[in-house]
Design a protein around this ligand. Structure first.
Ligand code: DAH
Length: 445
């Protein structure tokens, strides 16, 4: 799937019908999470409850794997209990490893790369729009299916609604998979210029640029007829022109004098839709998705005869480039050697890797069934190994005469903070195998 941070392009089905009520184990959608754009968009990743700076004896390992997570927290005035989010119910697919990320709000830490980047974007808007934009960075990430999908016109059969791609608390409630989920409610509150920053959640595969929790910033600006009329433009042309001007300025503010290009895109909530790319380190890199907001969204939320632009930025993707951070898991590190390298207000200080610890590769092969999905496999690996899992990669696949398919996956284990012992990696792999067999109903080879 492809996301504002991470892009992957192996959508096997263009527009698959999905059974939203299907439970995790019944999930039938076998596409990667091409999320909202081009029929689909993109996504991001979790860490397991494992603190990667601890060494384990084999005996203690299993116990450690089941570390208790804090069970009550508060976000933006809403109290959230673990049992309200993680439920033993077929309509719930939220694991503890994801619950443990709720409330961490990296974007609200001024000394953290994600917070530093958020503040740099705020500076741009404050300077260029005389602080007209209202900033929200503490809206609760638990939203209704209506907010996350219906309010922004995501079609009923869109792949992003599947249990394979999105974390459902129950059939009507999800962990937001994009900050666009707040557009409609803010419009109804009378907001016309706003920035929403927050943590967003997507079930996904595992590699250095994908994590099931990441951060986005949504921008939204409404225009009234007098604004486009004074320039003799129609509402859409005016909004698109203002949008491009604004985002080109923002990109220069963050990256300096870079080469940029606009690419046509598809999002359900905007028309026309665009992506902005910059030429960076010898290739074109996507910076954001944006467009002119669909009239239906404006009309339904009290803005008849208005026009608007909107954009969505993936903060990790940009921060990885701006700070030279090689692996997305590092954002979640509490290691002083990572944290101490960043200072509030200093965008683009280059991260110096403190050490590169050796990887450990483990392969596993199994016969899959119709309900097998890579996202479900990755969810198990994250649940067991947390941030010690660096990649999960399909390295071989074949179908036998009886039309049964075998997959071989290579799991790379590596800590960002220390060397792993053979013993603990073997234990992790053994736990993964056990869970894969029992939860995914596949036959190990
Ligand atoms: N919600 C989109 C995503 O998660 C990003 C996005 C694209 C937001 C276009 C927007 C927009 O507001 O206009 O990938």
């Amino acid at each position: 799937m492809k996301m504002l941070i991470q892009s992957r392009s192996f959508a096997l089905l263009r527009y698959p019908m999905i059974e939203v009520a299907a439970s995790l184990s019944q999930s039938t959608v076998c596409v990667s999470s091409t999320f909202f754009r081009r029929y689909a968009i993109r996504r991001y990743t979790v860490s397991a409850p494992l603190p990667s700076s601890t060494t384990f004896s084999t005996k203690k390992l299993k116990k450690k794997l089941r570390q208790p997570v804090m069970s009550v927290l508060e976000i933006g005035g809403t109290k959230i209990c673990r049992d309200d989010v993680v439920k033993d119910d077929p309509t719930n697919n939220v694991p503890d490893s994801i619950f443990s990320k709720l409330g961490l709000q990296l974007h609200r830490r001024d000394q953290h790369p994600i917070g530093i980047l958020k503040n740099a974007v705020y500076d741009y808007f404050n300077k260029n729009y005389s602080s007209e934009f209202t900033k929200f960075d503490n809206l609760c990430p638990i939203v209704s299916v209506k907010q996350n999908f219906d309010d922004v016109l995501v079609p009923a059969d869109h792949v992003s609604r599947s249990y394979n791609d999105t974390y459902y608390i129950d059939a009507q409630t999800v962990l937001r998979c994009h900050t666009s989920a707040h557009q409609a409610e803010l419009l109804r509150m009378g907001q016309t210029h706003f920035l929403v920053t927050g943590d967003v959640y997507r079930r996904d595969s595992i590699d250095s640029t994908h994590y099931p929790v990441f951060h986005q910033m949504e921008g939204f600006r409404v225009f009234t007829p007098d604004e486009w009329e004074q320039f003799g433009m129609d509402n859409t042309t005016y909004a698109a022109t203002e949008l491009k001007k604004c985002l080109e300025g923002l990109t220069r503010h963050l990256f300096g004098a870079v080469e940029m290009r606009w690419v046509d895109a598809y999002f359900p909530f905007t028309s026309p839709s665009f992506e902005l790319e910059i030429y960076f380190q010898e290739k074109w890199m996507e910076v954001l998705g944006c467009g002119v907001v669909e009239q239906e969204i404006l009309k339904k939320n009290g803005r008849v005869n208005n026009s608007a632009w909107a954009f969505g930025l993936g903060l990790e993707r940009l921060a990885m480039v701006l700070f030279d951070i090689p692996d997305i898991r590092l954002f979640w590190s509490n290691d002083e050697r990572f944290i101490s390298q960043f200072t509030g207000g200093q965008l683009g200080v280059k991260f110096k890797p403190f050490s590169k610890f050796p990887p450990c590769y483990k392969d596993m092969s199994f016969w899959i069934n119709d309900s097998f999905t890579e996202n479900n496999l990755c969810e198990i690996v994250r649940g067991v190994a947390g941030d010690l899992a660096e990649t999960v990669q399909l390295i071989d696949s074949f179908t036998n005469k009886k039309r049964i398919t075998s997959h071989c996956y290579r799991i790379t284990y590596r800590s960002m903070e220390r060397s792993l012992t053979d013993e603990e990696v073997n234990q992790l792999q053994s736990n993964v195998r056990e869970e894969v067999q029992s939860k995914l109903n596949v036959v190990l080879r």
